[in-house]
Structures are given as C-alpha cells and as structure tokens.
Write a protein that binds this ligand. Structure first.
Ligand SMILES: Cc1ncc(COP(=O)(O)O)c(C=O)c1O
Length: 379
C-alpha cells in the first residue's frame, strides 16, 4: 500500500471558482480577495482580515505594523517551523526562545516572565499542530508588561481553547494557506485582527506602501496614488482567494473527518508502551492539522525510514529550531538550552492526516506503526 503524507482536498467546484476568476478581467487583489477577507473574518468572529501571499509574510507584516524592529526582542518557541522566528529577524528584531510544555509541546507560558527584558516588545506564541496555547495566561502577562501578542495560527484556523479562538485575545493572528494546510491556495496567508488602524496599515504594507491598490486605481476614473511607507509585495491574488472561498464552506466538515481519523489513531496508540502521544486538553478543540506520535529518540529515525519503506508518507514537525546551523551560529544557541523542545524534536514523527484518507488506509498506518515501533524498541 502507498499512503501519501498529504493529499489536498481541492474539489472540482473549488477549481471552477478559480476558473471563473481566471475568465474575468481582474486576477490580482480585488473583489474576490475582499470577499474572502470578509468571510474569513466572519468565520473567526474577528473584524478584519488582510490577505497576503504566505503566513511568513503575515507574521513579518504584523510585526512591522506594530512597530517592532531593530533593538526589539520577541519571545517565541523553538518548537515550530522556521518561518515563525525568521519573520522576527526579517522585521529586524531578535527572537528569544523559551522552552515548551512537555505534554502539549506549546510554548510554556510559565516561562515567559523570566525571559522579559527592557527590550521585549512582543510575544509570538504558535498553536502547534492545531492546539491553541494558553492565551488567557499569555494575555495577562502581555497586559502586565505592555507587550504586543502576534499569534502564529498557521495550524489552528478551526481551533478553540477555554472558549477562546485564534485572534480573540491577541493583537494580530497569522494564518497559512500553504499546500498542506487545512484550506489551501498552494501558497497564501492572512492576518486577522480587531484593530482597524492596523488592518489599514497592513493593506498598505502588503503592497509597497501604496495608498491605493490596483482595484481602486483601475476600476473607476483613474486616480493617482502615493507611496506612504516602505512596504513589501505580499498581496493575495483573486485566484488564490477564489480557491480559498469555496473551501471555507467545507472547513468544519473536513475538520470532522480529521477529528475522526485522529481519534482512531489515539484509540489505537493510547496504551501502547512504545508510543507516546501529545495531550489534547479537555477544554481544547484542536484544529487537528498534524497528528504526531513520539517514540524513543534513539529509534526515531529508524522508525521513520521503515514507515517510508512500508509505503507510509511521514514527516517531522519539528526538530527544535534553535539547533539549526543558522540559529546556532547567529545566536549561540546550543543543545541543552531547551531540553523539552529538544526531546520532543528528537522523538516526534508526523503521520498522514487529511480528509481523503480512508479508514482502510488509517488501519494500515496503525498496524504498521505498531509493528515497526515494537520491533525497533526491543532491538
Ligand atoms: C507553525 C508555522 N508557522 C508559519 C508557517 C509559514 O507558513 P507559510 O508557508 O504560509 O509562509 C508554517 C508553514 O508551514 C508553519 O507550520
């Protein structure tokens, strides 16, 4: 059996929606992007969304919009994709890592205060694998020290925790529509916020700092434009928005199927002596973006490769990023500094998780994981 690590879920109707835009006059940022922004905000229960080309762009621009730059420190987690910390560096600021919780792998909110200095300007929590961080606690700390919170919600569109959803307790939440995400336009991203001034600034920053987008310049009498600030070229296109809009209608239905698959995995692995599972808290609805298991660090790579040999697509999300060459060289990070993130990074394996996965395929993954982990653990 061959089971891909990921298969997208774009339907013929989604494609037809994109084709309709492609048959129209306006391909770049216009009405379709605006409609997506409205619908995405509505889905999240937030006021504003600004569509961009990636979550990396969303994070970068959110930091800039809040005036974070050279000399500033941003507290974040090393248990994430590099985009999180790279965006802080793109903004000219310094990422400051703290360790994560052993059971959820999310940033440990109890360690935030000990990392705050006079240079700290923001906290950048990541809702890892789909489970939200403790935003109530993080908001309290941010209020006490007058810090901005930017959420990396790339994995967490559908999530909630203690009744709180992404973007609700922060200053800007950033989303990814990358190829493997829960809704996708191949590449794409968005920032959602309740702050009108920031949303307006983000719209300028995503398009070179121009005072008017193409839709405003060309749809009526020609209007001259100004460049009000130095921006980037990060604007979402109507084609991307058309693909996303029609997927948004199925987002909960797709989540239901991923939830079902995760429960099959959890039931099968919960009492297995060779496998540990991250905890999904009872008060938490995980967006179920990635399903990970943990095995003994010395066996992890062997298990990974054997699963691949038996036709199962796997990944590692993530090895702790402070140990990557650039971060070691630039910030003198070393092994031993974040032991929990290191341990999780050395033992994690991500299994296939997407709505198109059949029950039969899930059973094959379960059986194979059980066999391979048992063999390597007793070897
Ligand atoms: C946690 C996290 N943050 C940020 C990103 C960056 O997203 P994008 O590829 O849309 O820039 C990713 C992408 O995989 C991610 O997993």
């Amino acid at each position: 059996m061959k089971i891909e690590f990921y298969k997208h879920n774009i339907s013929q109707a989604d494609i037809a929606n994109a084709v309709e835009v492609m048959n129209s006059l306006f391909l770049t940022t216009g009405e379709t992007v605006e409609e997506f922004e409205r619908r995405f905000s509505q889905y999240l229960g937030l006021k504003y969304t600004v569509g961009v080309t990636s979550c990396t762009a969303a994070l970068h621009l959110s930091l800039l919009a809040y005036g974070i730059g050279p000399g500033d420190e941003v507290i974040t987690t090393p248990m994430t994709f590099i985009a999180t910390a790279n965006s802080i560096i793109h903004a000219g600021a310094t990422p400051v890592f703290i360790d994560v919780e052993p059971d959820t792998a999310n940033i440990n909110a109890n360690l935030i205060e000990s990392a705050i200095t006079s240079g700290t300007k923001a906290i950048l929590p990541v809702h890892l694998h789909g489970q939200m961080c403790d935003m109530k606690k993080i908001r309290q700390i941010a209020d006490r020290y007058h810090l901005i919170i930017i959420e990396d919600a790339a994995h967490a569109i559908e999530a909630s925790r203690d009744g709180i959803r992404p973007g609700e307790l922060c200053d800007a939440a950033c989303f990814s529509f990358y190829a493997t995400k829960n809704i996708t336009s191949g590449e794409g991203g968005a920032v959602s916020t309740n702050n009108e001034e920031i949303a307006e600034k983000l719209k300028k920053l995503r398009l070179h700092g121009m005072s008017k987008g193409a839709a405003e310049r060309y749809s009526k009498r020609y209007e001259h434009w100004d460049m009000e600030m130095l921006g980037w070229k990060y604007n979402m296109s109507n084609i991307q928005a058309a693909l996303l809009l029609s997927q948004l209608g199925r987002i909960e239905q797709n989540w239901q199927r991923r939830e079902e698959i995760c429960r099959m995995y959890e039931d099968a692995f919960r009492s297995n002596a060779h496998i540990s599972l991250p905890l999904v808290l009872p008060s938490s609805k995980s967006a179920r973006h990635l399903f990970t298991v943990q095995v003994h660090p010395e066996k992890r790579d062997k298990v990974l490769w054997q699963l691949q040999e038996r036709g199962i697509g796997v990944a590692v999300n993530y090895r702790s990023i402070h140990l990557l060459s650039y971060y070691r060289k630039t910030f003198a990070y070393k092994r031993g500094m974040f032991p929990i993130a290191e341990k999780i990074g050395d033992s994690t394996i991500t299994l296939p998780l997407y709505p198109k996965l059949t029950d039969k395929e899930v059973q094959y993954v379960i059986q194979t994981v059980k066999e391979v982990t048992a063999r390597h653990t007793s070897a």
